[in-house]
Design a protein around this ligand. Structure first.
Ligand code: KG4
Ligand code: ZN
Length: 360
C-alpha cells in the first residue's frame, strides 16, 4: 500500500465533498484564495467572482548569484515567504480570512520541493477554514490568465512560452484544453536564459536579451531555425549554434560580446520569435482559428508581443496579450483557474499530492 492509499480519510468521506459542492455553489460571492509556488516566485492572490482583488508576488533574489534556480533554496525561501505573502494578499484584498470560499494551489508541474510548500500550506488553510481545496495545473493557468481581463472566444489558440515549457494549446472551453504541439527539448525561455548566460548576463536573462534586442539589428547575424514536424519546436540547436558562433568570434576579437551585445541579442531574439510565430501561424491556419493569445514568462517579450500584433493585423486575428504582471508566474492566474474549477465543482481531495511533471 502506498502513502496516498493509506491516507484515504478524506476521500473515504465523499459526503463532505458533495456538501462543499452544494453548500458553496449557492453562495453569492466566491472568494478564491490562490497560491503559486511552482518555481521561484511565492505568490498569493484573492479572486472575487473572477476578478482580481489582490495579487502579491515575492520574487526570490537568492538564485541570481548561481545563474539559475537552485531547487532546495527555492523551497526554503517559499517556507519563509508563504505566510507573509498570503497575509498580504488577504489584507490587500480587504477581506477577512473567513470570507474565503475555497483555496486553490498549483499542483503541477514545477520543482517538487517548491510545490510541496504551497500544497501543504493550501491544504492546511483549506482545512482550518473548512472550505474546498482546488488543485490547479500551472500551464493551464498560464492560458486562463487571459480570462482575467478579457474573454477570448472559443476555440482559442494559445502559445504558452515559459522557462520550462513551449506549447501550442487548443482551448475548446475553460477546462477543455489540448496541447497540440510542444518543444522536444529546451523551452523558449530556457533558450533566452542560456544565451544570456553565454553573454555574461545575470539570471533570468530573458528580459535583458529583450532590452538589448530593442536597440540592435535583428539581421546582423544569422542563426539556423529548427525544422520540426507538425507543431513541434526545438530550441537546443540555437543554443549550440550561438555557443559555437561566440567561440569563433572571440578568437578574432576577445571583446566581441561587449562590442556586439545589442546585435547578438536582436538576432537571437528574432530567430526564436520566428520559430514560435511560424508554428503558431501554421496552427491558426490549419485549424482555422482566429482568436489567438500568448502566455507564460516569454510573452512579456516586447518582440513577441509586437510579432503577435502584426500577425493579427495581417491575418485578421483577434489577439490576446496578457498584462505584464500576468505573464510571469503569479497567483492571480491560479485563482482564475480555481474560479472556473469551482464553478464546475472540481474540488481536490485532501490526499492530493503535487507532481513535478504535468499530466493534462
Ligand atoms: O512563466 P515563467 O515566469 O516561469 C516558468 O513557469 O518557467 O517564465 C520564466 C521565463 C524565463 O525563462 C525568463 O527569462 C522568461 O520567462 N522571460 C522573458 C522575458 N521575461 C521573462 N524572456 C524573454 N523576454 C522577456 N521580456
Ligand atoms: Zn510559469
Amino acid at each position: 500500500m502506498n502513502g496516498a492509499s493509506q491516507l484515504q480519510l478524506h476521500s473515504s468521506n465523499p459526503a463532505k465533498c458533495i456538501n462543499f459542492a452544494t453548500q458553496n455553489m449557492s453562495t453569492k460571492t466566491i472568494n478564491i484564495l490562490a497560491i503559486e509556488s511552482s518555481c521561484d516566485e511565492t505568490s498569493a492572490a484573492v479572486i472575487r467572482d473572477g476578478k482580481v482583488l489582490s495579487n502579491q508576488i515575492a520574487t526570490q533574489q537568492v538564485h541570481e548569484r548561481y545563474g539559475g534556480v537552485v531547487p532546495e533554496l527555492a523551497s526554503r525561501v517559499h517556507m519563509q515567504n508563504i505566510v507573509p505573502v498570503v497575509d498580504a494578499a488577504i489584507k490587500d484584498a480587504g477581506i477577512d480570512k473567513n470570507d474565503i470560499t475555497a483555496v486553490a494551489f498549483t499542483q503541477s508541474p514545477g520543482l517538487i520541493g517548491s510545490l510541496l510548500v504551497g500544497a501543504c500550506f493550501a491544504k492546511a488553510f483549506a482545512q482550518a477554514l473548512d472550505v474546498p481545496l482546488i488543485a490547479v495545473h500551472h500551464m493551464q493557468a498560464h492560458v486562463l490568465a487571459h480570462f482575467i481581463d478579457s474573454q477570448p472566444e472559443f476555440p482559442f489558440l494559445c502559445l504558452t512560452v515559459s522557462g520550462g515549457h513551449t506549447q501550442i494549446v487548443l482551448c475548446r472551453d475553460y477546462l477543455d484544453m489540448e496541447v497540440i504541439g510542444e518543444t522536444i527539448d529546451d523551452a523558449a525561455g530556457e533558450a533566452f536564459d542560456k544565451v544570456a548566460k553565454m553573454l555574461g548576463l545575470p539570471y533570468p536573462g530573458g528580459p535583458l536579451v529583450d532590452k538589448y534586442a530593442n536597440e540592435g539589428n535583428p539581421l546582423a547575424f544569422k542563426f539556423p531555425m529548427s525544422e520540426m514536424k507538425e507543431y513541434q519546436f526545438s530550441f537546443s540547436g540555437i543554443k549550440t549554434s550561438v555557443l559555437y558562433f561566440l567561440q569563433a568570434q572571440k578568437k578574432i576579437d576577445p571583446d566581441f560580446v561587449e562590442h556586439h551585445m545589442k546585435d547578438i541579442c536582436a538576432s537571437v531574439q528574432y530567430t526564436i520569435i520566428n520559430m514560435l510565430m511560424g508554428k503558431l501561424k501554421k496552427a491558426a491556419k490549419e485549424l482555422n482559428i482566429k482568436h489567438i493569445g500568448i502566455a507564460g514568462g516569454v510573452s512579456a517579450n516586447s518582440g513577441l508581443r509586437r510579432a503577435l500584433k502584426e500577425a493579427g493585423e495581417k491575418h485578421g486575428w483577434q489577439v490576446y496579450i496578457p498584462k505584464f504582471e500576468y505573464c510571469t508566474d503569479n497567483a492571480a492566474m491560479i485563482g482564475i483557474t480555481g474560479y472556473y474549477k469551482y464553478l464546475k465543482g472540481a474540488f481536490a481531495d485532501l490526499s492530493v499530492s503535487p507532481s513535478a511533471r504535468a499530466v493534462w
